[in-house]
Design a protein around this ligand. Structure first.
Ligand SMILES: C[S@@+](CC[C@H](N)C(=O)[O-])C[C@H]1O[C@@H](n2cnc3c(N)ncnc32)[C@H](O)[C@@H]1O
Length: 288
């Protein structure tokens, strides 16, 4: 049986209080430690997000850093800030509501203080936007060399209302990932430059094959392009019930997970009382 469920916000390393700022920090490599405000309404990097950040740091090309990069669903802003510090010149980062974007912008302010000397004093252009996927008018007619997304990783629950109550502010950061990823795939092709690529972190709980199948059915009818999906990195991550609210509703959450598994939609494994899911960093390219 499942011992515990999911992986989500990590506590991060607590920093001594400085003034009124309550910060946690995440080290990605290359000497880059990103400090972020703690905020219960904003998704903090999870083990998956950290793996994605490390992947970006070692795989984003010089051409992409010199070009145009878009992050969808930036949350705390950690990954967009990481790329800006690592030399990306033009990054746009979006999320679905104003509060999240305000916090991400404030986190970038903290990074600018810490990394003023990076990029030879040249300031990267990192812009934050409120946007439901690509619906911001500021994204109209824009094309990017790289678009990346660490999307909500869990499927739509059988009883969404119940899970909305249990998870409160984290619901839309974590659930309905199947619908969000399918919509993302249907739209992203219009925002890619001809040789651009997409990197997306797919959670094996989201129902990867069912999401790709739903997209491919849409693609055959409506798209002017054809996408190829290639897995670039597969990370096993322990399932955790990450806060008291979740622990209190552990049976319900376990039950939902097992139902998805029985239906062949979600994949996770058990070894010695531990359950693991897989975080699959996947590259998508237009092969038409
Ligand atoms: C798993 S969190 C990832 C946050 C951050 N990028 C990270 O890696 O730590 C998913 C993020 O996607 C955002 N999101 C969910 N649906 C969205 C949508 N339709 N448009 C834009 N952002 C969305 C959530 O608000 C949340 O911040």
């Amino acid at each position: 049986m499942l011992q515990s469920v999911e992986a989500q916000p990590l506590p991060g390393r607590a920093l001594p209080q400085s003034g009124i700022e309550d910060l946690c920090s995440h080290y990605f490599g290359l000497g880059i430690e990103v400090k972020l405000r703690r905020d219960g309404k904003v998704f903090q990097p999870s083990k998956a997000g950290l793996a994605f950040g490390e992947y970006l740091l070692s795989n984003v090309t010089i051409e992409e850093k010199m070009g145009d990069i878009l992050e969808i669903g930036t949350g705390s802003g950690a990954l967009a800030i990481l790329l800006a510090i690592a030399g990306a010149r033009n990054v746009v980062a979006t999320d679905i509501n104003q509060h999240i974007i305000d916090v991400a912008r404030a986190n970038y302010g903290i990074a600018q203080r810490d990394f003023r000397s990076l990029q030879g004093g040249r300031s990267p252009h990192l812009r934050f936007l409120v946007s439901n996927l690509f619906d911001s008018r500021d994204l109209e007619n824009r094309r990017f060399d790289l678009i990346f997304f660490n999307p909500p990783g869990w499927r739509t629950p059988d009883d969404p209302e119940l899970f909305r109550t249990i998870c409160e502010d984290s619901y839309y950061s974590m659930f309905e990932g199947d619908q969000t990823v399918t919509r993302f795939l249907q739209q992203v092709g219009r925002y890619l430059k001809p040789n651009g690529r997409v990197l997306i972190g797919l959670n094996s709980i989201v129902g990867i094959q069912s999401v790709i199948a739903a997209y491919k059915e849409w693609e055959a009818k409506h798209a002017l392009w054809e996408f190829d999906f290639t897995i670039r990195q597969k990370n096993a991550i322990e399932l955790m019930l990450y806060n008291d609210h979740w622990k209190k509703n552990g049976d319900l959450i376990r039950n939902q997970l097992l139902l998805w598994k029985q239906r062949g939609l979600s994949h996770f494994s058990h070894h010695n009382d531990h359950s693991e899911w897989f975080y699959e960093i996947t590259e998508i390219q237009n092969i038409t």
